[in-house]
Design a protein around this ligand. Sequence first.
Ligand code: A2P
Length: 345
Amino acid sequence: MKEYNVAIVGATGAVGEKMLGLLENASFPIKSLKLLASKRSVGKTKTFRGQELVVEETTDASFEGVDIALFSAGGGITKQFSPAAIKAGAIVIDNTSAFRMDPETPLVVPEVNPEDLRKNHGLIANPNCSTIQMVVALQPIREKFGLDRIIVSTYQAVSGAGLHALEELKTQAQAILDGEEPVANILPSGADKKHFPIAFNALPQIDVFSEGGYTYEEWKMINETKKIMGDQTIKVSATCVRIPVMSGHSESVYFEVDDKDVTVEDIWEVLKDAPGVILQDDTANQVYPTALTSVGKKETFVGRIRKDVDVENGFHMWVVSDNLLKGAAWNSIQIAEKMIEMGLI
Ligand code: A2P
């Protein structure tokens, strides 16, 4: 079996560390692994498959001989270094939003649109974490019953905003428990003017505000869902909220199918064997997905499926996944695995 030279850009970050952990355990065919980050991290070491690897600074020259470059260091870093990586012959799998809506760039969730991988020009975009888990749960339903509309409200974990945000959550929680004033420097968005505590709070802002009163995170869910599903006519609306959970995004998803005769049992039937989905829906025994139980798992968990009280073809469900795994690191590695399987790398 062919083996590959792999690089992780952002190897010291929340997602990069998960990538390293997944590659450690997976049967992924690695010849060599390069850990790249900023100048600040040069010289830090990490153990991989029994070997000590030293973190290097990311430069244009870093990608010589690299076959697969997994980027997760922010959109600016992708824009700065992905051209050099592609020029060096690497396939870039990018976890940032830099190229997601670029018409030339495939935006892929392997369970949903693997065929789009064939259209790549050296870079594949990994969708937004909240979008990934939602489309994994909805696509099997869409294939069977058609899908007309989606309204989603998210309850997103702090790790999605990076390791510094997680530290801030812990420090604020301790400050409040100690009777002190919590200090907020990062959330809701490092790019916005004001900051509010996330500890013991819920913030209805993820990323900065954009058109129509929606945030960029909400627009990402709207636009990316249509692009991944390859259908601009699906109606999508989103409200994205950050909550003081460390990892595991939860979503309340309302959707309308085309077929008016669909029952909850029909949806269970479709989801119980759907790729990447674990159905946890038994309210009589209080069985439903939670953020904590999703942590460390690669699947998307679905429960609380019920018919809308008024709308005949409307349903509600609760969708949970580990935002750092299926929402980021695992989806990226799955893309690489799929490309190898399809003979594209
Ligand atoms: P570093 O740790 O050296 O700053 P998170 O999303 O958890 O905040 O992580 C962001 C990741 O992006 C980290 O690995 C960080 O490395 C990396 N990063 C930040 N700035 C750069 C840069 N200029 N070049 C390469 N990697 C960077």
